[in-house]
Ligand binder design. Structure first.
Ligand code: FMN
Length: 137
């Protein structure tokens, strides 16, 4: 029987919490995402300092598009800009992971964690994550 090969898609976007939207409770977002993404076979990485979000989504092209359409329509964040979108041979982020910078966290320890998580990632994805993290106040 012929198998249908669905291309794997990777999408990277950045956004900011919407001052006129509901306040973002990051643990709630993480909980929702973990649940939905596991069902949809979507993996990736979400980074947040509470104000800005950088997320990479990976999975079957239609699952990534459906997930991103939901995320894009979420009024809790705005100024959503797609930084990068491409077909990939293999997932660069095997798990769905959330990395959050909390006040009082050691920024260098977080940098190290991100570098480890980003080891298998493409230049563009790594560059965007590390660039945003480096711009820490
Ligand atoms: C920064 C940000 C990232 C999000 N990431 C995801 C995600 O990876 N997967 C997901 O299903 N929902 C994500 N959401 C939540 C969606 O926007 C939406 O609220 C949710 O998918 C609706 O889920 P429900 O239909 O189960 O209520 C994210 C929301 C924000 C603000």
């Amino acid at each position: 029987m012929d198998s249908i090969v669905t291309p794997l898609r990777q999408l990277l976007y950045v956004s900011s919490s919407n001052p006129s939207g509901a306040k973002i409770d990051v643990p709630t977002v993480v909980e929702q995402s973990r649940h939905n993404n596991a069902l949809d076979g979507v993996t990736g990485l979400l980074w947040s300092d509470g104000k800005r979000f950088l997320q990479v989504l990976e999975g079957a092209a239609d699952s990534v598009m459906t997930t991103f359409a939901r995320i894009r329509a979420d009024p809790r964040h705005h100024a959503i800009v797609v930084l990068h979108e491409r077909n990939i041979e293999a997932r660069e982020f095997g798990n769905w992971t959330m990395v959050q910078r909390r006040p009082g966290d050691d920024p260098d320890a977080l940098d190290r964690k991100m570098r480890r998580l980003l080891e298998g990632a493409s230049q563009t994805v790594r560059g965007n994550f590390l660039g945003l993290i480096a711009a820490r106040p």
